[in-house]
Design a protein around this ligand. Structure first.
Ligand code: NAP
Length: 267
């Protein structure tokens, strides 16, 4: 049995992970901005945590740690997106995305590492996104934040030489969750973007609707937790998005990548 701190467990990927982990007998401290949204399940302990508020991050983690005694695993999963033309993104929107998807995740990783160090072992799974490598049009701040988190994760993987704390960058492709329902859309932008915004949103909605269910990610997380030497980075999703597209993408010149992604989103 492992003690696990999991953010963003009220729905989507986090909820599927919470159900799978508690089903496997693990004790899970599961967060939401409103803990009443966390279902009442055996071995599931609701916790309040808002990634946009640094105080709430420290309080949420430390309160749960005091209850749990220690954590074997941190799963940095919570997050949300913004949709709108990069040209007119306000500094507040960009900073909000980075607070939630980068600074909040980094703070939790540091808190977890500090608590795992004395025990000499632990596992941290940072849920970034394939969008950090294959960006989605009109989600520039989200794409950039996910790329930043992937880079930070790789940097810390380089540095953690004398430790049995493992860190994994888990990059989902499209997964069928209510993610798009919570996406905040820009209202103030140049109306010349209107047609391409609509085409891209259609593609984004279709992709997520037709995508694998979040249980796929949950199953992968359960496997990772049992591995002594887990891979530093994994992608989870359908075969085309996780295997074929990144492979082709790697060998293409940038001009062709941009052409291909525009075609993929119909713009
Ligand atoms: N679905 C996909 O296709 C996909 C693809 C690649 C990567 N991802 C990543 O996977 C993770 C989970 O996404 P999902 O698809 O499961 O999304 P989701 O269904 O919208 O769930 C998001 C979770 O994050 C929590 N959350 C959102 N904003 C938060 C904040 N400011 N502070 C604390 N918690 C917050 C939500 O909890 P409350 O609202 O209850 O607080 C919710 O439990 C995200 O990091 C996302 O970027 C998703």
């Amino acid at each position: 049995m492992k003690r696990i701190f999991l953010t963003g467990a009220s729905r989507g990927i986090g909820l599927a992970i919470a159900k799978a982990l508690t089903g496997h007998g693990h004790e899970v401290w599961a967060t939401s901005r409103d803990p009443a949204r966390i279902p009442q399940l055996l071995r599931l302990h609701p916790a309040r945590l808002d990634l946009s508020d640094p105080t709430s991050i420290d309080e949420g983690f430390n309160t749960a740690l005091a209850e749990a005694g220690h954590f074997d695993v941190l799963i940095n999963n919570a997050g949300g997106g913004h949709f709108g033309p990069a040209e007119s993104l306000s500094p507040e929107i960009i900073s909000d995305q980075f607070q939630v998807l980068v600074f909040g995740h980094i703070r939790l990783m540091q808190l977890a590492l500090a608590a795992m160090r004395p025990r000499g072992e632990g596992l941290i799974i940072n849920v970034s996104s394939l969008a950090g490598r294959l960006p989605v049009p009109f989600m520039a701040a989200y794409n950039a934040a996910k790329a930043a988190m992937a880079s930070f994760t790789m940097s810390i993987q380089l540095e953690l030489l004398d430790s049995n704390v493992r860190i994994i960058d888990l990059q989902p492709a499209d997964i069928c969750t209510p993610f798009n329902d919570a996406v905040i859309k820009s209202k103030d932008y140049d109306r010349r973007y209107e047609a391409n915004l609509a085409k891209t949103w259609d593609a984004v909605e279709r992709n997520i609707r037709d995508a694998p269910k979040p249980d796929l990610v949950a199953r992968r997380v359960c496997e990772l937790i049992d591995q002594t030497n887990p891979p530093p980075r994994i992608t989870v999703g359908d075969g085309f998005q996780t295997k074929i597209a990144p492979l082709i993408f790697r060998f293409l010149p940038q001009r062709v990548r941009i052409w291909g992604l525009r075609r993929y989103y119909g713009i």
